[in-house]
Design a protein around this ligand. Structure first.
Ligand code: VGL
Ligand code: ZN
Length: 212
């Protein structure tokens, strides 16, 4: 792939809380920073997302007495996972990973701002109604193809890729520039399930070595 004027690199949630040592660490989450910086150099259009929750967000297990992180609960939009408190607006854990290039990104999309609704997707919140505005912004810029990377493969990358397709964009995920949480509850693990869902939805899988 040789990125051009109608291609966008969408960098999902490369934030301190998702790195080893953070509040909701993604195994090897820090390993995506270097390949993502390399990818950015090849793209003219870059957008970054930040998970950006108010204190006491509904996705925090601490909000639900008797519930623990990684259990699921019926929330707005269906059965959803509960998490440790993470990416609280303006907190150090919500900042971009140290070392991530952010200088060339035209857009920063923050999501999960509604106290009662989670949002894994960069396009559409879990109520499946509230739009972030990203699809419109990309359309106005003439973007047709969205290349995704970042964290986590099985949650925010997955949902953002599915919604990019749903919004009419071509979507590709860079396999060596993502990392997953891989909750064991789903058979075979949630990362394998995520790749299967993305393949079924017509989302491409590509590696950093495939960019020229
Ligand atoms: C994410 C769980 C909760 C993610 C965000 O970025 O994949 N996962 N909030
Ligand atoms: Zn979150």
């Amino acid at each position: 792939m040789t990125p051009g004027d109608t291609d966008l690199l969408l960098v999902i949630d490369v934030q301190v809380d998702f790195l080893p040592g953070g509040a909701l660490p993604v195994p090897d989450g820090d390993a995506v920073v270097r390949p993502i910086n390399g990818l950015q150099a090849r793209f003219r259009h870059i957008a970054l997302t930040q998970d950006w929750h108010p204190p006491g967000h509904v996705s925090f297990a601490s909000r639900h007495p008797g519930r623990a992180p990684f259990e699921t609960l019926r929330l707005v939009g269906g059965e959803q996972a509960l998490w440790p408190d993470h990416c609280v607006q303006g907190s150090p854990g919500a900042a971009f990973a140290p070392g991530l290039d952010t200088a060339r990104a035209a857009l920063v999309v923050r999501k999960g701002l509604q106290a009662g609704v989670d949002s894994y997707s960069a396009f559409l919140e879990a109520d499946r109604t509230t739009r972030t505005g990203l699809a419109g912004a990309l359309r106005e810029r003439g973007i047709r193809r969205v290349v995704l990377c970042g964290l986590a493969t099985d949650f925010c990358v997955l949902w953002s890729a599915l919604d990019a397709r749903e919004a009419g964009f071509e979507a590709w995920v860079v396999e060596d520039a993502v990392a997953g949480i891989d909750v064991p509850s789903s058979a075979g693990g949630s990362v394998a399930a995520a790749w299967a869902r993305m393949e079924a939805a017509g989302i491409g899988r590509i590696g950093t070595a495939d960019f020229t």
